[in-house]
Design a protein around this ligand. Structure first.
Ligand SMILES: N[C@@H](CCC(=O)N[C@@H](CS)C(=O)NCC(=O)O)C(=O)O
Length: 221
Protein backbone atom coordinates (compact mmCIF):
# COMPACT_ATOMS: atom_id res chain seq x y z
CA UNK A 1 0.00 0.00 0.00
CA UNK A 2 1.14 3.56 -0.67
CA UNK A 3 1.28 6.46 1.74
CA UNK A 4 -1.31 9.22 1.17
CA UNK A 5 -0.16 12.82 0.70
CA UNK A 6 -2.67 15.61 1.24
CA UNK A 7 -1.51 18.62 -0.74
CA UNK A 8 -2.66 21.84 -2.29
CA UNK A 9 -1.79 22.93 -5.85
CA UNK A 10 0.92 25.57 -6.23
CA UNK A 11 2.31 25.08 -2.72
CA UNK A 12 6.07 25.08 -2.25
CA UNK A 13 5.58 23.06 0.94
CA UNK A 14 3.50 20.39 -0.81
CA UNK A 15 6.04 20.33 -3.64
CA UNK A 16 8.84 19.08 -1.37
CA UNK A 17 7.49 15.63 -0.38
CA UNK A 18 6.01 15.16 -3.86
CA UNK A 19 9.45 15.68 -5.44
CA UNK A 20 11.17 13.42 -2.90
CA UNK A 21 8.65 10.67 -3.66
CA UNK A 22 9.18 11.09 -7.39
CA UNK A 23 12.98 11.03 -7.15
CA UNK A 24 13.03 8.03 -4.85
CA UNK A 25 10.41 6.12 -6.82
CA UNK A 26 8.07 5.87 -3.83
CA UNK A 27 4.40 5.62 -4.81
CA UNK A 28 2.08 8.17 -3.18
CA UNK A 29 -1.70 8.44 -3.22
CA UNK A 30 -2.29 12.14 -3.82
CA UNK A 31 -5.29 13.83 -2.21
CA UNK A 32 -5.95 17.43 -3.17
CA UNK A 33 -7.17 19.88 -0.53
CA UNK A 34 -8.37 23.32 -1.66
CA UNK A 35 -6.88 25.84 0.76
CA UNK A 36 -8.53 28.82 -0.95
CA UNK A 37 -11.95 27.19 -0.54
CA UNK A 38 -11.25 26.73 3.18
CA UNK A 39 -11.03 22.94 3.04
CA UNK A 40 -8.04 22.85 5.42
CA UNK A 41 -10.32 24.31 8.10
CA UNK A 42 -13.27 22.05 7.31
CA UNK A 43 -14.35 19.20 9.58
CA UNK A 44 -13.45 16.48 7.04
CA UNK A 45 -9.83 17.57 6.77
CA UNK A 46 -9.47 18.47 10.47
CA UNK A 47 -10.41 14.87 11.20
CA UNK A 48 -7.30 13.90 9.21
CA UNK A 49 -4.97 16.66 10.43
CA UNK A 50 -6.15 18.58 13.52
CA UNK A 51 -3.55 21.27 12.71
CA UNK A 52 -5.48 22.06 9.53
CA UNK A 53 -2.48 22.36 7.24
CA UNK A 54 -1.09 20.69 4.16
CA UNK A 55 1.11 18.96 3.26
CA UNK A 56 0.09 16.09 5.48
CA UNK A 57 1.04 12.45 5.11
CA UNK A 58 -0.96 9.47 6.29
CA UNK A 59 1.36 6.49 6.18
CA UNK A 60 0.35 3.14 4.80
CA UNK A 61 0.08 2.15 8.47
CA UNK A 62 -2.43 4.93 9.20
CA UNK A 63 -0.11 7.27 11.12
CA UNK A 64 -0.34 11.00 10.42
CA UNK A 65 2.76 13.12 9.83
CA UNK A 66 2.78 16.89 9.41
CA UNK A 67 5.38 19.51 8.38
CA UNK A 68 6.72 19.43 4.85
CA UNK A 69 10.34 18.93 5.86
CA UNK A 70 9.51 16.10 8.26
CA UNK A 71 7.48 14.37 5.54
CA UNK A 72 10.26 14.92 3.00
CA UNK A 73 12.79 13.48 5.46
CA UNK A 74 10.62 10.42 6.15
CA UNK A 75 10.18 9.73 2.43
CA UNK A 76 13.91 10.21 1.78
CA UNK A 77 14.89 7.69 4.46
CA UNK A 78 17.09 4.92 3.04
CA UNK A 79 17.41 6.61 -0.35
CA UNK A 80 20.18 8.44 -2.18
CA UNK A 81 18.57 11.69 -1.04
CA UNK A 82 19.61 11.05 2.56
CA UNK A 83 23.13 12.41 3.24
CA UNK A 84 25.62 9.65 3.94
CA UNK A 85 27.34 10.81 7.12
CA UNK A 86 26.06 11.85 10.54
CA UNK A 87 27.58 15.30 10.08
CA UNK A 88 26.04 15.79 6.64
CA UNK A 89 22.63 14.68 7.98
CA UNK A 90 22.96 17.20 10.81
CA UNK A 91 23.87 19.90 8.27
CA UNK A 92 20.81 18.92 6.25
CA UNK A 93 18.63 19.36 9.35
CA UNK A 94 20.32 22.71 10.03
CA UNK A 95 19.40 24.01 6.57
CA UNK A 96 15.90 22.56 6.70
CA UNK A 97 15.29 24.45 9.95
CA UNK A 98 16.79 27.56 8.34
CA UNK A 99 14.33 27.11 5.48
CA UNK A 100 11.40 27.01 7.90
CA UNK A 101 12.55 30.00 9.93
CA UNK A 102 14.26 32.38 7.49
CA UNK A 103 12.89 31.59 4.02
CA UNK A 104 9.45 29.96 4.06
CA UNK A 105 7.78 32.30 6.61
CA UNK A 106 8.79 35.30 4.46
CA UNK A 107 8.73 34.10 0.86
CA UNK A 108 5.52 32.09 1.19
CA UNK A 109 3.23 34.86 2.53
CA UNK A 110 4.79 37.50 0.23
CA UNK A 111 4.01 35.21 -2.70
CA UNK A 112 0.56 34.35 -1.38
CA UNK A 113 -0.54 37.98 -1.11
CA UNK A 114 0.97 39.07 -4.42
CA UNK A 115 0.71 36.07 -6.75
CA UNK A 116 -2.04 33.84 -5.40
CA UNK A 117 -4.32 36.52 -3.93
CA UNK A 118 -3.22 39.66 -5.81
CA UNK A 119 -6.39 41.44 -4.74
CA UNK A 120 -4.94 41.56 -1.20
CA UNK A 121 -1.62 43.09 -2.27
CA UNK A 122 -2.41 46.72 -1.43
CA UNK A 123 -4.05 45.93 1.89
CA UNK A 124 -1.03 43.83 2.93
CA UNK A 125 1.62 46.21 1.50
CA UNK A 126 3.33 46.86 4.85
CA UNK A 127 3.47 43.13 5.67
CA UNK A 128 4.78 42.33 2.20
CA UNK A 129 7.57 44.89 2.60
CA UNK A 130 8.53 43.33 5.94
CA UNK A 131 8.45 39.77 4.52
CA UNK A 132 10.57 40.84 1.56
CA UNK A 133 13.18 42.47 3.77
CA UNK A 134 13.45 39.41 6.03
CA UNK A 135 13.32 37.03 3.03
CA UNK A 136 16.18 38.88 1.36
CA UNK A 137 18.27 38.50 4.52
CA UNK A 138 17.67 34.74 4.33
CA UNK A 139 18.48 34.62 0.63
CA UNK A 140 21.71 36.57 1.22
CA UNK A 141 22.75 34.00 3.83
CA UNK A 142 21.97 31.17 1.40
CA UNK A 143 23.95 32.99 -1.31
CA UNK A 144 27.02 33.16 0.92
CA UNK A 145 26.78 29.44 1.64
CA UNK A 146 26.19 28.35 -1.95
CA UNK A 147 29.06 30.56 -3.11
CA UNK A 148 31.42 27.88 -1.81
CA UNK A 149 29.21 24.76 -1.73
CA UNK A 150 27.64 23.04 -4.76
CA UNK A 151 24.69 21.79 -2.72
CA UNK A 152 23.16 22.70 0.61
CA UNK A 153 24.64 19.89 2.76
CA UNK A 154 27.38 17.30 2.51
CA UNK A 155 28.59 18.22 -0.97
CA UNK A 156 25.88 16.27 -2.80
CA UNK A 157 22.25 16.74 -3.84
CA UNK A 158 19.97 15.71 -0.97
CA UNK A 159 16.60 16.14 0.68
CA UNK A 160 17.90 19.41 2.12
CA UNK A 161 18.24 20.87 -1.38
CA UNK A 162 14.64 19.98 -2.11
CA UNK A 163 13.48 21.59 1.15
CA UNK A 164 15.41 24.82 0.59
CA UNK A 165 14.48 24.93 -3.09
CA UNK A 166 10.76 24.60 -2.31
CA UNK A 167 10.12 28.31 -1.81
CA UNK A 168 13.43 29.73 -3.05
CA UNK A 169 12.53 28.85 -6.62
CA UNK A 170 9.09 30.46 -6.21
CA UNK A 171 10.47 33.66 -4.69
CA UNK A 172 10.16 35.58 -7.96
CA UNK A 173 6.39 35.15 -7.71
CA UNK A 174 6.62 36.90 -4.34
CA UNK A 175 8.37 39.88 -5.88
CA UNK A 176 11.90 38.84 -4.92
CA UNK A 177 14.45 39.81 -7.56
CA UNK A 178 17.05 37.01 -7.56
CA UNK A 179 19.55 38.82 -9.82
CA UNK A 180 21.70 39.64 -6.80
CA UNK A 181 22.07 35.94 -5.96
CA UNK A 182 24.11 34.27 -8.73
CA UNK A 183 25.14 31.31 -6.56
CA UNK A 184 21.51 30.66 -5.62
CA UNK A 185 20.48 30.85 -9.28
CA UNK A 186 23.26 28.44 -10.32
CA UNK A 187 22.23 26.02 -7.58
CA UNK A 188 18.57 26.23 -8.64
CA UNK A 189 19.64 25.23 -12.15
CA UNK A 190 21.58 22.26 -10.75
CA UNK A 191 18.54 21.16 -8.72
CA UNK A 192 16.18 21.50 -11.69
CA UNK A 193 18.61 19.51 -13.86
CA UNK A 194 18.62 16.59 -11.46
CA UNK A 195 17.21 13.29 -12.73
CA UNK A 196 13.53 12.87 -11.98
CA UNK A 197 12.91 16.57 -11.38
CA UNK A 198 9.43 17.86 -12.12
CA UNK A 199 8.11 21.34 -11.49
CA UNK A 200 5.46 22.36 -9.00
CA UNK A 201 2.79 22.64 -11.68
CA UNK A 202 3.42 19.09 -12.83
CA UNK A 203 3.83 17.47 -9.43
CA UNK A 204 0.80 19.22 -7.94
CA UNK A 205 -1.44 19.43 -10.98
CA UNK A 206 -5.12 19.17 -10.03
CA UNK A 207 -5.13 15.86 -11.89
CA UNK A 208 -2.50 14.55 -9.44
CA UNK A 209 -5.23 13.93 -6.90
CA UNK A 210 -8.95 13.78 -6.50
CA UNK A 211 -10.91 16.94 -5.74
CA UNK A 212 -12.40 15.20 -2.76
CA UNK A 213 -10.19 14.44 0.21
CA UNK A 214 -11.45 11.31 1.93
CA UNK A 215 -10.38 10.86 5.51
CA UNK A 216 -8.56 7.64 6.33
CA UNK A 217 -8.26 7.05 10.06
CA UNK A 218 -5.17 8.99 11.07
CA UNK A 219 -3.38 8.96 14.38
CA UNK A 220 -1.45 12.21 14.60
CA UNK A 221 2.02 11.17 15.76
N1 LIG B 1 5.45 24.63 8.35
C1 LIG B 1 4.44 23.99 7.58
C2 LIG B 1 3.62 25.06 6.88
C3 LIG B 1 2.42 24.45 6.16
C4 LIG B 1 1.56 25.52 5.53
O1 LIG B 1 1.73 26.73 5.76
N2 LIG B 1 0.60 25.05 4.74
C5 LIG B 1 -0.30 25.94 4.07
C6 LIG B 1 -0.27 25.67 2.57
S1 LIG B 1 1.34 25.90 1.91
C7 LIG B 1 -1.70 25.63 4.55
O2 LIG B 1 -2.06 24.49 4.78
N3 LIG B 1 -2.52 26.68 4.70
C8 LIG B 1 -3.90 26.52 4.99
C9 LIG B 1 -4.27 26.84 6.37
O3 LIG B 1 -3.38 27.18 7.20
O4 LIG B 1 -5.48 26.75 6.63
C10 LIG B 1 5.07 23.03 6.56
O5 LIG B 1 6.26 23.21 6.23
O6 LIG B 1 4.42 22.07 6.14
Amino acid sequence: MAHTLYYTPGSGNSFKPALVARQTGRPLRMRRVDVLAGETRGAAFLAVNPCGQVPYLVTDGGVGLGESNAIAWFLAEGSQLMPATALARAQAVQWMIFEQTALEPNISPARFFTHILPGERDRRAADIARWREAGHAGLAHLERHLGSHPFVAGGAYSVADIAVYGYTHLAGEGGFDLQAYPAVRGWMQRVAAHQGYADVGTLLAPSAGTAEAPAPAAEPA
